[in-house]
Write a protein that binds this ligand. Structure first.
Ligand SMILES: NC(=O)c1ccc[n+]([C@@H]2O[C@H](COP(=O)([O-])OP(=O)(O)OC[C@H]3O[C@@H](n4cnc5c(N)ncnc54)[C@H](OP(=O)(O)O)[C@@H]3O)[C@@H](O)[C@H]2O)c1
Length: 329
């Protein structure tokens, strides 16, 4: 595709993922690293100088008010995604907002409404949707070369030392494994098998009331199923496996690990081209492609999908009794 425009990107919240995302943004010729905004000006200045952003802002509002800003990447905790995306959308800034898109369905609905009312682009920053290995899996499902997909097995677990103040253990910041990392297995099942008819779960709530481990079983009326899990108590391989009537496929979260296909007792490996980045450059490039076409939502990751995703997370949270103050289901 020919490049039509260079876009001025700004970062809202200079935390851990913002740094990784901005590193990948540097790879895109049509992305200009324009602004970094933090609640603390010196933090924004350090971030901007380390990652070569042109301007640093000591408040989110100041950055949003800058007419030169085209696209804002929201990288605050999920508890703040609604508030921050509404600020951006009302100022008619295109928004790429980290997952989980918000804490619950009501909040995501408000974000979608603001996008429509302001005729302004909004997309959930779900980088795995644009991961070449995952795209290959979607191709295999569509081509039926391994027959029909019947089962998905996917987990995301890492060991985290308990710290009640850290975002992932803190209820006030939307902590818990489901919204932080369990969202990836749930996303994978929804993208490949669809919204489940029945969900059963087994959850372990920790000292701060957040889910430290959750196992989920999705069942579908057509007999399909998915085994999904997330947690902070141990390290898993974090692979996704797809079982078909005539074979199976395994992909890893690690970009350098090849996709593995098994068919009739034979195994082959496919190296998907991931390019130089950490994987975030693909979602950022897609946002700019959408804006080049004058779109206000992504055809690859439509807002209706993000709504299905948060509705499914709400169903799981109800079963697991995971509650967040000020964010009722
Ligand atoms: N796509 C991925 O691979 C990926 C990976 C990790 C995390 N994430 C998502 O990205 C978001 C941020 O995660 P993170 O790990 O980067 O978190 P983090 O390191 O804690 O950064 C979050 C940033 O949000 C800002 N913030 C605004 N209000 C805050 C508050 N009340 N408390 C704490 N921070 C506040 C802070 O920036 P300032 O101080 O600069 O204002 C902070 O640095 C989460 O939604 C998470 O799910 C995505």
């Amino acid at each position: 595709m020919t490049i039509q425009k260079t876009y001025n990107w700004a970062i809202l919240g200079c935390g851990k993922i913002a740094k990784r995302f901005a590193t990948d943004l540097q790879l895109l010729p049509n992305a200009k690293l324009y602004g970094a905004a933090s609640r603390d000006l010196s933090k924004a200045e350090n971030f901007a100088s380390e990652l070569n952003f042109e301007k640093a802002f000591g408040s989110y509002e100041e950055m949003i008010a800058d007419p030169a800003v085209d696209i804002i990447y929201i990288a605050t905790p999920h508890s703040h995604h609604l508030e921050h995306s509404l600020l951006c959308l009302k100022a008619k800034k295109a928004v790429l907002c980290e997952k989980a898109f918000a804490i619950n369905t009501k909040e995501v609905e408000q974000m979608i409404q603001a996008s429509k009312e302001n005729n302004t682009f909004l997309m959930e920053a779900f980088w795995t949707r644009f991961n070449p290995s995952f795209l290959k899996v979607l191709d295999i499902i569509k081509s039926k070369e391994l027959g029909a997909l019947q089962h998905v097995k996917c987990d995301f677990k890492f060991f985290a030392t308990f710290d009640e103040h850290h975002r992932i253990f803190n209820k006030n910041l939307g902590g818990g494994s489901l919204l932080d990392i369990g969202i990836y297995p749930v996303f994978t099942a929804l993208m490949t098998l669809g919204v489940p008819d029945e969900i059963t779960i087994d959850v372990e709530l920790g000292k701060t009331g957040i889910d430290e481990n959750i196992e989920m079983l999705f069942k579908y009326k057509n007999g399909n199923s998915a085994n999904l899990a997330s947690g902070f108590k141990c390290n898993a391989f974090n692979d996704s496996e797809f079982y078909f009537t005539e074979g199976s496929v395994r992909i890893s979260r690690e970009l350098q690990v090849p996709l593995r296909i098994g068919k009739k007792g034979k195994f082959t490996e496919i190296h998907c081209e991931h390019g130089k980045g950490l994987g975030y450059q693909n979602e950022a490039a897609h946002v700019m492609d959408c804006l080049d076409q004058g779109l206000t939502e992504s055809p690859m990751l439509p807002l209706s999908f993000s709504l299905d995703l948060i509705k499914t997370l709400d169903r799981i949270r109800k079963l697991a009794n995971i509650e967040y103050p000020n964010h009722d289901l």
